[in-house]
Design a protein around this ligand. Structure first.
Ligand SMILES: [Zn+2]
Length: 298
């Protein structure tokens, strides 16, 4: 059987890869959105790393930039021409511009109406989640929580979601695929239950909510870069998928939050520790969920 000489095959394969990886001349490349949290970063294992004032916080800011830069390098190799990074942890002013790859723009600080997804709209081609963690009460998920420590569970149209699931639902509303998630092993699997097409990079193994087995930073950064390259190269937008109505149930760890939240018209209280409401669209549902868990304080 005739076959192509090996060198020619290599040239053809390389040419194909190059064509897929580079935007065609005169044609804009892809626009990529990267939302970066802190708990699921490589090298992060303790409370003193995740809030300003913590002894190891300064180290974590660099670790945050390192994982993010690996994703940016990969996205560029995969055909991105525009990259927006949204600092999505705590007060959302953890990433320093001087540590970030120059190809990206940085959304920094709060208040943001859609927090971890601020700035996302239908003009983007792909979403990447870096440093994500599991939802509240997940067995063995490192730093497991949803939004803040006060939430026990969040349900949207009957599906229980954490931050990754909620953020995926917003991206779906805009027709933008979530193509990659990085975090601990439990978080990656959990986010992929909603972001079903997303690739995953496991940067550490959660032993329980506090203990973790860390993988080599060097190896993890290589894996994030390669996964981001492949994910962005393969990313395809889809027509926005929109439900007619978004029914939200938010269960808290105490009854004081619902006590206050139920003062708003149209907020129901089906149980002492739970509020429920309906929103006509996902952005509005997202904004109201965020107000409930973050900006109501008994
Ligand atoms: Zn966080």
């Amino acid at each position: 059987m005739p076959h192509t000489p090996r060198t020619l095959t290599a040239v053809l394969l390389l040419g194909g890869w190059f064509a897929a990886a580079q935007p065609t001349a005169g044609q804009a490349g892809k626009k990529v959105y990267i939302s970066v949290d802190m708990e699921g970063l490589s090298g992060v294992s303790g409370d003193d790393q995740t809030s300003p004032g913590g002894a190891e916080y300064g180290r974590s800011r660099l670790l945050m930039a390192d994982d993010t830069n690996a994703a940016i390098r990969g996205a560029l190799a995969g055909g991105a021409s525009e990259i927006v990074v949204n600092d999505s942890h705590g007060g959302q002013r953890n990433l320093r511009l001087e540590d970030l790859h120059p190809a990206a723009r940085l959304i920094s600080h709060s208040f943001k109406r859609v927090g971890m997804m601020e700035g996302l709209d239908e003009t983007f081609d792909a979403v990447i989640f870096v440093g994500y963690h599991t939802k509240a009460d997940t067995f063995a998920g490192l730093f497991a929580h949803t939004g803040s420590g006060v939430v026990r569970d969040l349900e949207i149209n009957g599906t229980s979601v954490g931050e990754g699931g909620l953020n995926t639902m917003l991206a779906t509303w805009y027709g933008v695929p979530v193509v990659l998630v990085t975090g601990d092993d439990q978080a990656v699997v959990q986010v992929q239950e909603v972001a079903t097409e997303a690739r995953g990079v496991v940067v550490k193994r959660a032993i329980n909510e506090r203990a973790v087995e860390l993988r080599s930073l060097e190896v993890v950064h290589r894996e994030i870069e390669e996964a981001a390259r492949a994910a962005v190269a393969a990313a395809r937008r889809f027509p926005p998928r929109r439900e007619g109505l978004y029914r939200v149930r938010l269960q808290f760890r105490n009854s004081l939050y619902p006590e206050i939240a139920s003062a708003f018209p149209s907020i129901d209280r089906p149980a002492p520790d739970t509020v429920a409401f309906e929103a006509p669209d996902m952005p509005q549902a997202y904004r109201l969920i965020r107000v409930m868990y973050r900006f109501i304080s008994p």
